[in-house]
Design a protein around this ligand. Structure first.
Ligand code: SF4
Ligand code: SF4
Length: 396
C-alpha cells in the first residue's frame, strides 16, 4: 500500500464502529483504543500530525491480533489489517518491546535452519528450568530435523497427480509429524508428493513486526520458488501462511498463486476423506481466525469431520472466537491472550468432546499450553492427524 492509498484508506473512516463488533482485543478490554475503530482513528491522527509516535500509541497498534475479524465489516471498505501493517511499519521504532524480536527476525528469516538449530540448543539447556520457574511460556520442543530437511519427490506407482507441501515454519520446526501425516494422506491416495527445501517463511511474523521490506523480499523469493514447482496444488497446513500467500502476496508483489490451497479446501475439493472410518471419538472444532475470517473456510473442516464414520461431531459454543494465540501477541500481551484462551478452553470443556480439532499449528500451540495450565482432559489435534489415522497410518 503506497502513501497515497494509505492516506485515502484512513480518510474513509466514518467512525461508525461496525469494525469493533467482533474485535477480540476490544471485547476483552472494552477500551476504545484497543479496538479496530480506535486504531484506525489513531493512525489517522498520526498521519495528520495531531498525535505523536509515542510508545503508548505504538502499544495500541501492536496490540492488534491481526485476526481479521474486522475484515468485511467496514461499510466503507477499509482494509483494516493492511492499515495496521502500514501503521506498524511507521511505529516500529516506538514499540520498545519489539527491538529484540525485530533484530532476531531480520537475522533469521532467511536462515531458518541455523536459527532453529541454535534455538534448539538453547532450549535443551535453559528452557526447562525457566519454564518451571514461570519465566517462559509453553513452547513445544523444537524438532531435531525440520520436516523439509531435504528437497524430495516421493514417487507413487499410481501417480494420479502431483501435489506439493508448503510446510511453513511451525510445521517444519515444531510439528514435522503434521507434514508427515499430510504426505501419508497424499501417498495413500495415489499422488506423487513434492517436499521442497527452498521455501522461505511466508513473511507473516515480519509484517506483524513492522518489517515490510523484509517481508516483501521473502514474498518475492517464495513466488519465484512456487513458479518452479511442478504440482497441481501447493498445500499448506497453516492458514496464516495460506492467507498471507494467497491474500497478501498479490498486494505485495503483484503476483497471484492461485493453486495454493489450505489443506481443508484441498481435502474437500479432491474428495480425499470420503468413505473413511475411525474412532469412535467425540470431537469438536475450533476455527482458526485466519482460516475463518481470512479465507472464509468454515464449512469444509466440519464437512470433513462429520463425513468420517465413527466421529461424533459436537459444535462448541463460540467456535469462531479467537484462542488468543496470534503469534508474538501471546508474548507481549499475555493478559488478553490468557483471558481469550481460558474462555476458549471453557467452551471446549463444556462441549464434552474428548478431542478438539483445529487446522492451525499456532492454535495447537495455544491450546496445548492451556491444556497444561488447566489440566484439561482433552486431546488437541490438527485435522490432518484425524484423516491420516482414519486412513490407517497415524504418524504421531
Ligand atoms: S484484526 Fe482483529 S484485533 Fe485487529 S483490529 Fe481487527 S478485529 Fe481487532
Ligand atoms: S467500520 Fe470502517 S468506517 Fe466504521 S469505524 Fe470501523 S474503520 Fe471506520
Amino acid at each position: 500500500m503506497n502513501e497515497t492509498t494509505y492516506h485515502k484508506e484512513l480518510s474513509k473512516c466514518v467512525r461508525c464502529g461496525a469494525c469493533k463488533s467482533l474485535c477480540p482485543t476490544y471485547l476483552t478490554t472494552l477500551n476504545e483504543t484497543m479496538g479496530a475503530r480506535g486504531r484506525v482513528a489513531m493512525l489517522g491522527e498520526l498521519e495528520e500530525d495531531r498525535l505523536s509516535p509515542t510508545k503508548g500509541l505504538a502499544e495500541k497498534i501492536f496490540s492488534c491480533m491481526l485476526c481479521g475479524a474486522c475484515k468485511n465489516l467496514c461499510p466503507t471498505g477499509i482494509d483494516i489489517q493492511e492499515v495496521i501493517y502500514q501503521g506498524r511499519a511507521r511505529l516500529k521504532k516506538s514499540f520498545g518491546r519489539g527491538l529484540l524480536l525485530r533484530t532476531a527476525l531480520k537475522y533469521s528469516a532467511s536462515r531458518m535452519d541455523p536459527a532453529f538449530s541454535i534455538l534448539r540448543g538453547l532450549q535443551s539447556v535453559f528452557y526447562g528450568p525457566l519454564f518451571n520457574a514461570g519465566l517462559l511460556p509453553y513452547i513445544p520442543e523444537i524438532a531435531a530435523r525440520p520436516f523439509n530437511n531435504s528437497s524430495q519427490v516421493y514417487k507413487n506407482i499410481k501417480k494420479i497427480g502431483r501435489m506439493a507441501i508448503f510446510a511453513g515454519c511451525s510445521v517444519n520446526y515444531f510439528y514435522p509429524y503434521l507434514g508427515k501425516a499430510l504426505s501419508n494422506i497424499l501417498l495413500k491416495k495415489g499422488y506423487e508428493v513434492v517436499v521442497f527445501k527452498g521455501e522461505s517463511c511466508c513473511g507473516a511474523p515480519l509484517r506483524s513486526a513492522g518489517l515490510e521490506q523484509e517481508a516483501l523480499s521473502l514474498a518475492k523469493k517464495n513466488t519465484e520458488h512456487f513458479r518452479k514447482v511442478r504440482a497441481e496444488a501447493i498445500i499448506s497446513m497453516c492458514p496464516t501462511c495460506t492467507s498471507v500467500i494467497r491474500g497478501q502476496y498479490p498486494l505485495l508483489t503483484g503476483d497471484t498463486i492461485p493453486n495454493f490451497l489450505d489443506v481443508n479446501e484441498f481435502i474437500v475439493k479432491y474428495g480425499i476423506a470420503e468413505g473413511l472410518e475411525t474412532g469412535p471419538e467425540v470431537v469438536t472444532y475450533h476455527d482458526p481466525c485466519h482460516l475463518n475470517y481470512g479465507l472464509g473456510t468454515r464449512k469444509e473442516p466440519r464437512q470433513i469431520l462429520k463425513g468420517i464414520r465413527g466421529v461424533e461431531f459436537v459444535e462448541m459454543q463460540n467456535a469462531d472466537e479467537c484462542c488468543g494465540f496470534a503469534g508474538f501477541f501471546s508474548l507481549y500481551f499475555k493478559g488478553i491472550s490468557k483471558s481469550l484462551g481460558r474462555k476458549k478452553m471453557d467452551s471446549i470443556i463444556n462441549s464434552k468432546a474428548g478431542t478438539v480439532v483445529t487446522s492451525c499449528p499456532g492454535c495447537i500451540m495455544q491450546l496445548e499450553s492451556l491444556k497444561i495450565e488447566t489440566d484439561a482432559k482433552v486431546d488437541v489435534r490438527h485435522i490432518v492427524e484425524i484423516i491420516d489415522e482414519a486412513m490407517g497410518a497415524g504418524v504421531k
